[in-house]
Design a protein around this ligand. Structure first.
Ligand code: PRT
Ligand code: MG
Length: 214
């Protein structure tokens, strides 16, 4: 009997951009997550199912075997820490960057030059901590779970560390990007135990994805 494979994806851009890779592996998801309220979606392959989880929860599901395989942004992987995960492929999808942004009337360069202590709001505390510590800038990190752009506008923070792709969200909120910390794309992650126990079917998916990467 073929072992069952559970694939963890998040709704939205990761789901959409993973579909062509799944197609290359002969896997077709049979329901649209934007229309269905189901959290477990069947595929055309009886042994493969998709579970829908929050983007930041994908690494955790795969780490503990709630899913055998998943697609997660490098941002989520860094914040999670990557324990228990095999990371065979950069899928080159859902690309963006992690940047520092401030209000357009805030002189970031001067604040850094003068050694000021910066209040930085972010969902990405590990990335922000490492970046500012390597720069030798003292920061007070304020953990947020969303709408980071609001923090400098309300006086909650001097700066934010957030994902940027087109830059339109920053512009719409009168914020400017002052540092690019790193480029982000989504990676395939595999549970290390599953990789041994379900080696053949997982390897087939990994190889098909590898062949389909642009
Ligand atoms: O939305 P939710 O709170 O459920 O979780 P999430 O935001 O982590 O999930 P989702 O689906 O929005 O993002 C999943 C992954 O897509 C992220 O972990 C990134 O790896 C990747 N990705 C790529 C992005 C973006 N591009 C992106 N632009 N994730 C979020 N954004 C947001 C960004 O946070 C900002 O609010 O889009 C806004 C900026 O976009 P621009 O185009 O205006 O610059
Ligand atoms: Mg989002």
């Amino acid at each position: 009997m073929t072992p069952h494979i559970t694939l963890a994806l998040s709704k939205g851009r990761i789901f959409e951009e993973t579909l062509p890779l799944l197609a290359a592996a002969g896997i077709e998801v049979l329901e649209d997550p934007e229309k269905s309220r189901k959290l477990i979606l069947p595929t055309n392959r009886p042994e493969v199912r998709v579970v829908l989880v929050r983007a930041t929860d994908v690494p955790t599901y795969v780490q503990y075997g709630g899913a055998d395989i998943g697609v997660a942004g490098k941002d989520s992987l860094i914040e999670h820490g990557g324990q228990g995960l095999f990371r065979p492929l950069d899928l080159q999808i859902a690309k963006c960057r992690v940047s520092v942004a401030v209000r357009s009337d805030f002189d970031y360069a001067a604040a850094v030059r003068q050694g000021a202590r910066l209040k930085v709001a972010t969902k990405y505390t590990s990335i922000a901590r490492d970046f500012f510590s390597a720069k030798g800038v003292h920061v007070d990190l304020i953990k947020l779970y969303g709408s980071m752009e609001l923090a400098p506008l309300t006086g909650l923070a001097d700066a934010i560390v957030d994902l940027v792709s087109t830059g339109n969200t920053l512009k719409a909120n009168h914020l400017v990007e002052v540092e690019q910390i790193m480029d982000i794309s989504s990676h395939l992650v595999v549970n290390q135990a599953a990789l041994k126990l379900k080696q053949q079917p997982l390897k087939r998916i990994i190889d098909a994805f590898a062949g389909a990467i642009a």
